[in-house]
Design a protein around this ligand. Structure first.
Ligand SMILES: *[C@@H]1O[C@H](CO)[C@@H](O)[C@H](O)[C@H]1NC(C)=O
Ligand SMILES: *[C@@H]1O[C@H](CO)[C@@H](O)[C@H](O)[C@H]1NC(C)=O
Length: 367
């Protein structure tokens, strides 16, 4: 009981200190943040629109904690019944659920469906793997990169994206100022270390990774490499997801070529895209692309997200209505899909925004 009291007061102090630190560093308007979190990381804030900022794992309340305390906390955690016979209650690793969700909820992404499932399944079933799992999602906005990251979080962790084993970084929000890159480096390293100490199978998601400063990538690269441990901590059970639009143009061109030549979109294979993505990634501007992460073979899987067509947008709209308990007719779905912009100019084949904000958009079409 005694240790419990100490722990909670430590927590309060630490949380405050960290709040100030974080506040002073990335002073981005709440509006921008809410926009990103609610609209891009769709759905998560809908029941609590007002306190969306509260749910985001912004500062890490554990930063600066000596490992000693973490040990006490782990013991405390188990003593209050959070350790299951099966291991860690926070971790569900539901591969069946992952497969199901990828099949039923994700539209138009046969490659992402199979690659993500294979990668995660292989990693979970092989606890002896000698490095963390690192996936890089590529594609236009609205094609489902964030959505798949959420599906992964929902099936691997009891509390999904809000789990204390999941940490989301939105590059322009968390690391907005190039001049502060050295400060961010320290913070990021510490955050990764603290997370993994608390939860070895931590999922790190880097959204808008194309905007990550090269220095930041270099700072975290050691955690993704084949080391047994870094400073006494093993990162081998961690999962890193990088979401970027790098290579989106190349993916779209391949998809368009297939369409022009009358081939099925579903016949696009990884062999048609993987080398392109690597090449694009090396050529693109910016840190993530040019980092050693790409050239050093630390990315285990490149996952391409194809541009979405009219029929896929309809499926997304259908899901959005269904999520509200509504059964829309074809006409309504067509109306929603028609309201999106399609490109290229001539073919009007792909939704420029993919399925982005469809749940918000259907508000305009509700009866
Ligand atoms: C931070 O945000 C506040 C409130 O929007 C503003 O008044 C202040 O000038 C900002 N500070 C910096 C350093 O941008
Ligand atoms: C895994 O997911 C499936 C499908 O969502 C669900 O029916 C099942 O109960 C889940 N299993 C566990 C152990 O949570």
């Amino acid at each position: 009981m005694f240790s419990l009291v100490i722990v909670s007061s430590l927590l309060a102090v630490s949380a405050n200190a960290d709040f100030f630190q974080f506040e002073s560093i990335s002073n981005v308007s709440t509006y921008y943040f809410n926009y990103l979190y609610c609209n891009i990381w769709e759905g998560d804030c809908q029941p609590h629109q007002d306190d969306a900022t509260q749910q985001v794992p912004t500062g890490d309340i554990w930063s600066g904690f000596p490992q000693y305390y973490t040990g006490i906390l782990t013991a405390w955690y188990c003593s209050v019944g959070q350790c299951c016979d099966s291991g860690d209650c926070r971790i569900t690793n539901n591969i069946t659920g992952l497969e199901r969700d990828l099949q039923l909820k994700l539209h138009g992404q046969h490659l992402a469906q199979s690659v993500v499932l294979k990668a995660i399944q292989g990693f979970i079933k092989n606890p002896e793997s000698n490095k963390p799992l690192t996936l890089s999602f590529h594609g236009w906005s609205g094609t489902g990169k964030n959505f798949v990251a959420r599906i992964v979080a929902d099936n691997l962790y009891r509390d999904g994206i809000k789990s204390e084993c999941v940490r989301l970084f939105i590059a322009p929000f968390h690391f907005p100022h190039a001049r502060l890159v050295d400060v961010y480096k320290g913070q990021l390293r510490e955050a990764i270390r603290d997370m993994v100490l608390r939860c070895p199978q931590t999922l790190f998601i880097f959204d808008e990774a194309e905007k990550l400063h090269p220095g930041l990538i270099d700072a975290i690269k050691p955690y993704m490499d084949h080391y047994d441990n870094v400073d006494g901590v093993s990162y081998r059970r961690a999962i890193f997801l990088f979401l970027s639009n790098i290579g989106g143009g190349a993916i779209n061109e391949v998809a368009l070529d297939f369409w022009h030549s009358g081939q099925n979109r579903e016949d696009i294979g990884m062999e048609d895209l993987e080398h392109l993505l690597r090449a694009e990634a090396m050529e693109a501007e910016g840190g993530f692309a040019q980092s050693e992460l790409m050239s050093g073979h630390l990315i285990d899987f490149f996952v391409p997200f194809l541009p979405l067509e009219y029929r896929h947008v309809k499926l997304c709209a259908h899901d959005a209505y269904a999520a509200r308990g509504l059964q829309p007719d074809e006409g309504t779905l067509d109306e929603v899909a028609k309201a999106m912009l399609y490109v290229p100019k001539e073919e009007k084949l792909f939704s420029a925004q993919g399925c982005k904000s469809i749940p918000q958009r259907i508000n305009f079409f509700l009866p």
